[in-house]
Design a protein around this ligand. Structure first.
Ligand code: GTP
Ligand code: MG
Length: 430
């Protein structure tokens, strides 16, 4: 399965840059490194070199670093070429590497090698994918925690416990009770219940992890003309959405991403809600508003007079146009999108809500869609074991299945489709 043919990719970003990094991975790349620098390469030393093609023509002035197996990102031999970040240089080096028998890597292929060579497990790969996607500081921190093995250690410890419990349960069947520790049944059930609690608690934090990784959807909604687009522009500090005194100005959802205290917020301005809309396009716009409201983590419900409805749990009630009249009302935040009055109070409330999404979530593993499915499977099997009573073969089977599900999170036990999905989320050069 471990076929380390020589692959290469641009590991830095595309586009004009001072430096570009091309990474090469394969077996026994010492000769290739020597060819690039004109002498035998000492591993992990940077060599300044005039990189020449086979005809002796200069390609570029580069730095070349040779990493000898197993001390490299992939666990194979690796060469990193730092060249000038010009498309023409990169293209020429790629051509040269192809002539030397290397091929372009597939997305995620370097990480896949790292996985096969025990440099990373699947929880680390998830962390790496999250880190490469990170736009905010909080996303960076959470991703690094998974990547640096914190999650792997927790999963590994849960799995070891489950294997141990399953083995003891099997022993109850095979050995005489006198040869086993007393109260072994109760002990096993208590240990299983503890694991079940820890895993269901981690699962209950899945929403927090999703909000941090994918961003938080904040939707501005309300009747036409109340000033949603004005508020949207005011929060962004730019004139993104069209503002006019004609009710029904906004038709489509207008969205922008902003960073609030490290939370990636997808802020959305929507079409004003009214039942009397007759225009086909406005009706489509209103249907889209309702879709966005259904998916929203937080709704900023905008009014321009005192509302007669109470707020839903995920709603912040805002009364706009405080510069025109006294709009105070219990439980509502009065603002003026025109003058900026009250905006600090609204933003403070938004921040409070964002922070409450992740309150206390810091101690758990970072759950994503893949790990959520497998941890749910784990929890169901642990619960089935706890309910198995004195039926120890059923108990042993369910705890073993629970351990298998955790093993799949780490990739200890895995199928080709899980691997493809996990590595497929990475980009070229990783
Ligand atoms: N005096 C005053 N006028 C405002 C304020 N906010 C918005 N307006 C005005 O109200 C009108 C409607 O504003 P918009 O921001 O377009 O309202 P909207 O809710 O996006 O309206 P639709 O897109 O039609 O749903 C415009 O003429 C704005 O200038 C405010 O705080 N004070
Ligand atoms: Mg609008």
């Amino acid at each position: 399965m471990n076929n380390n043919d020589t692959i290469f990719a641009l590991s830095s970003g595309r586009g004009k840059a001072g430096v570009a990094v091309i990474r090469i991975s394969g077996d026994a790349l010492g000769d290739m490194a020597a060819r690039f620098i004109g002498r035998t390469a000492t591993p992990r030393r940077a060599y300044f070199t005039n990189l020449k093609d086979n005809a002796g023509d200069l390609i570029d002035q580069c730095l070349v670093i040779y990493f000898a197996t197993p001390q490299s990102f992939t666990g194979t031999d690796v060469i990193e070429i730092q060249c000038h970040g010009a498309d023409a240089v990169i293209k020429k080096i790629f051509e040269y590497l192809t002539i030397l028998g290397a091929r372009m890597a597939l997305p995620g292929e370097f990480s896949r090698r790292a996985f096969y060579n025990d440099k990373m497990d699947l929880a680390d790969v998830d962390g790496l994918a999250a880190l490469l996607d990170a736009k905010t500081d909080l996303q960076r921190k959470w991703a690094l925690r998974s990547l640096s093995g914190g999650d792997s250690r927790q999963y590994q410890s849960w799995r070891n416990d489950m294997i141990d419990i399953s083995a003891y349960a099997a022993a109850i069947l095979d050995y005489d009770a006198n040869d086993l520790p007393s109260n072994i049944g109760e002990t096993l059930r208590a240990r299983t219940a503890k694991l079940y609690d820890e895993i269901t608690r981690a699962l209950s934090r899945a929403g927090a992890a999703r909000a941090i990784r994918g961003g938080v959807n904040v939707v501005l909604a309300g009747r036409p003309n109340v000033g949603k687009s004005s508020l949207f522009n005011r929060i962004l500090g730019t004139n993104r959405a069209i503002v006019s005194d004609i009710p029904g100005t906004t038709r489509d959802v207008v969205s922008a991403d902003i960073d609030i205290d490290g939370y990636l917020v997808h802020l959305m301005d929507t079409a004003g809600l009214r039942d009397s809309a007759t225009d086909t396009i406005e009706k489509i716009g209103i249907a889209r508003t309702r879709d966005e409201m259904a998916d929203a983590d937080i709704i900023i419900h905008v009014f321009d007079t005192a509302p007669n409805a109470t707020a839903a749990a995920n709603e912040i009630i805002v009364i706009n146009k405080s510069d025109l009249c006294d709009t105070r009302s219990d439980g509502a935040i009065c603002i003026s999108a025109k003058t900026g009055a009250g905006l600090d109070t609204l933003m403070a409330e938004l921040r409070r809500r964002l922070h409450s999404i992740t309150d206390g979530a810091d101690t758990d593993v970072v759950i994503n869609a893949r790990t959520k499915t497998l941890l749910t499977d784990t929890a169901e099997n642990l619960s089935a074991a706890i309910n198995a009573g004195d039926n120890w073969d059923i108990f042993a089977e369910h705890t073993r299945r629970a351990a298998d599900a955790v093993g799949r999170i780490l990739g200890t036990i895995s199928t080709a489709d899980v691997m493809d999905a996990t590595f497929g989320q990475l980009c070229l050069g990783k």
